[in-house]
Design a binder for this molecule. Structure first.
Ligand code: PLP
Length: 713
């Protein structure tokens, strides 16, 4: 099978052969010295391959490799990067080894339908996946023995193109196996490992890929294998594509197949973590295993409950998978007898009282002994939302806690800004990143140095947008207004507000357009202009979301807005980095309390881009009066046109009275002293608390460690 051999198909000259080890471990993507090494190999190709080192190494001309072999400076950098890589991979003195020696012998199985590690590996759609990727990176950095389980989607997730009329086009791009940083997992006989996973009355064959994220392996399942029916081969085709039955089949494979993959690999986690309800069948499979081993149902459930962690990620009703009971019965009629349950008792495992339907979140909440939401406020909202599962308890006593999401700082902090942190905070800020004392030193960064760096980041964003607009205009010879809509006329000196997230109704992307004349006054103030940069995808099936994009896009194309509103296509991790690093202000105005966390605001905050946000999700706990601005009232104003109007009024007033004046208040050197003070306060207050390091430590301390289990008992 050619795909299985892609890794072995090619070699590099002996002296630099370990570039291949680097390329196949995504460690490189959060280590600037490794990124720089790849870039140095061939700058143009590095850009053209969208920063994919496997593609780069396979495409680099032989003459270039020969030149590098003769370049002593390159070779010494190569040696240094590999030495750092080997030190990292071989280290034993990690936080987890010190703080939780009891965890060293037990893996943590981390199940997620998506993983956003790097934009060259398109197996994520948005916030949930990127959070999972950040979780894995931080677990690797901290030495937490995590093992990821998910899917390898051959068709990735939808890419976004906007047509001239503003309507989102969905483009699926197939993964080119030969240049993806993945390796096939081989079986005992040396061929590809293939597993049979029960699916309804039949079985399906599952092949497994391995992706290495520092010290954390991800095992990704793929059903596109010979021997499966054409329909079954399609199951793993697309993330969140297909109909309900496909979705159910994916989730059965993720949960039940995922456990079997780990068993086949000889990995026996002491803790299983379901990141969102998609993988909740894994808990059923663990119960089934124990019953097959002779336990009673009650014993099996108790034991599974003790080792099971479940994180719920959204208070939005539609974000929770519910399957028709007949559909479940079709797939599980042979399964419930193995749990010693009848049909009704089985279906009861996943019913919400008063509703019919198989609810994956209800299943996970019942079977997992430790459960959490993803911000303090989301914890409160989740306890209220799911209290019917604990009818004898008051909402406050519903056993769902919270761990506020955090972002992987090395991934999201702009590289040169990171070097500034090295200089002013000490080079050990990365290993002490959740220590507030480290970040208090941000005050020592001179205002003009920080301001200059921020303006470089802003230039990088604008340059990238213009480059994309130019390429598109040239390649399609289309409507020049589309180049302007893509940001070609943006002004470097104008206060630039960023709004980028999924275009779902509750995120209210168009709220700032509520009073268009009032907004125009701000955009065209000749001394203190404002401009808006939007980005975000709508779910391929969500016409409401697409209509919101169209509304924004039409304004972006409209000469009346003079190119001061831009929409950038195809929001992904790559674009997100430019945006959270390069805009001046990060806007978020969801309908409270529907934002579970809102990690993009954390990414902006740690880059010194202040937040201007509804007091929901992480901002409800992160806002401190001096690190940004709130919108509306704590807890939100409820929904409806009146609430929208009041929130929009709030946005305009705060912009007019506070934000714009502060941004444009410059001293004789044109430095906005008040603004840089705010930027520093944003970094100081956000970085230690909302990094993935703090988050993963919280998960380990409160949810993964068996010590917690012992204490709970
Ligand atoms: C961080 C991120 C998200 C999630 O951020 P929200 O604030 O929850 O919208 C979504 N998409 C991309 C590409 C991201 O980088």
């Amino acid at each position: 099978m050619t795909t299985a051999d892609a890794y072995h198909d090619w070699t590099l000259p002996e002296r630099i052969s370990r570039l291949k080890d680097l390329a196949y471990n995504l460690w490189w993507c959060w280590h600037p010295e490794a990124r720089a090494l790849f870039k140095e190999i061939d700058r143009t190709l590095w850009g053209e391959t969208h920063h994919n080192p496997v593609r780069l190494l396979r495409g680099v001309p032989k003459e270039r490799l020969d030149a590098l072999l003769a370049d002593a400076a390159f070779l010494s950098r190569y040696d240094a990067v590999l030495a750092a890589f080997d030190r990292y991979m071989g280290a034993e003195d990690f936080w987890c080894a010190r703080a939780h020696p009891e965890l060293q012998e037990r893996a943590i199985g981390y199940f997620s339908a998506e993983f956003g590690v790097h934009h060259s590996l398109r197996i994520y759609s948005g916030g949930l996946g990127i959070l999972a990727g950040d979780h894995c990176k931080a677990a690797s950095d901290l030495g937490v023995p995590l093992v990821g389980v998910g899917f390898m989607y051959p068709q990735g997730y939808v890419q976004q193109r906007i047509a001239s009329d503003g309507w989102q086009q969905n483009v699926y791009e197939s993964v080119d196996w030969s240049v993806a940083p993945i390796r096939p997992v081989l079986g005992p006989s040396g061929g590809r490992m293939l597993l049979d996973v029960p699916l309804g009355r039949g079985t399906i064959k599952v092949a497994v890929w391995r992706v290495q994220v520092g010290r954390v392996p991800l095992y990704l399942m793929d059903t596109n294998v010979e021997g499966n029916s054409p329909q079954d081969r399609e199951i793993s085709g697309r993330l969140y594509g297909g109909d309900r039955a496909t979705r159910l089949r994916q989730e059965i494979i993720l949960g039940i197949g995922g456990v079997r993959v780990l068993r086949a690999l000889g990995i026996h986690p002491g803790t299983f973590h379901a990141n969102e309800g998609h993988s909740a069948f894994l808990f059923l499979e663990l119960v089934r295993e124990k019953i097959a081993g002779g336990k009673s149902l009650d014993e099996a459930r108790r034991e599974v409950s003790e080792s099971a962690v479940f994180t719920t990620h959204t208070p939005v009703e539609a974000g929770h998978d519910v399957f028709a009971e007949e559909m479940i019965a079709e797939y599980f009629a042979d399964y419930w007898p193995q749990l010693k349950l009848d049909r009704e008792a089985f279906l009861d495992l996943a019913r919400v009282p008063g509703h019919s339907g198989w609810n994956m979140t209800a299943l996970a909440l019942r079977l997992a002994g430790r459960r959490n939401g993803v911000s303090r406020r989301h914890g409160v909202v989740s306890r209220e939302m799911w209290k019917s599962l604990w009818p004898d308890r008051a909402a406050e006593a519903v056993p769902i806690s919270h761990v506020t999401n955090g972002v992987h700082l090395e991934t999201w902090i702009q590289q040169d800004l990171g070097a500034l942190y090295d200089r002013y905070l000490g080079t050990d800020w990365r290993s002490r990143q959740d220590d507030p004392a480290v970040w208090s030193k941000v005050a020592a960064i001179p205002d003009e140095v920080l301001w200059l760096q921020h303006n470089r980041n802003k230039s990088a964003l604008l340059q990238m947008m213009r480059g994309r607009a130019r390429t598109r205009w040239m390649s399609e010879k289309g409507d020049p207004a589309q180049a302007l809509a893509g940001g070609a006329l943006l002004d470097h000196s104008a206060l630039t507000i960023g709004f980028a997230r999924r275009f779902a109704g509750y995120k209210r992307a168009t709220l700032i357009l509520h009073d268009i004349e009032r907004l125009k006054k701000m955009l065209f103030d000749s001394w203190r202009p404002v401009q808006l940069v939007f980005a975000g995808k709508a779910h391929p099936a969500d016409d409401g979301g697409k209509a919101l994009i169209q509304q924004v896009y039409r304004l972006a194309k409209d000469p009346a807005f003079g190119g001061r509103i831009a929409f950038v296509e195809d929001y992904d991790m790559h674009l997100a980095r430019y945006l959270v690093q390069g805009v001046d202000l990060w806007l978020n105005n969801p309908l409270a309390p529907l934002e579970a966390c809102g990690t993009s605001g954390e990414k902006a905050g740690v880059n010194g881009v202040p937040n201007f946000s509804v007091l929901d999700g992480w901002w409800e706990e992160g806002y401190n009066g001096a690190n940004g601005w709130p919108i509306g009232e704590a807890g939100g104003r409820g929904s409806g046109p009146e609430a929208d109007k009041a929130d929009a009024e709030d946005i305009y007033q705060t912009l007019e009275r506070k934000i714009i004046p502060l941004y444009y208040d410059r001293d004789e050197h044109l430095i906005p002293r008040g603004w840089t003070k705010l930027m520093k306060e944003s970094i100081r207050s956000v970085a230690p608390k909302y990094g993935a390091s703090r988050m993963v430590k919280d998960y380990v301390d409160a949810l993964y460690s068996p010590r917690t289990e012992a204490a709970a008992r």
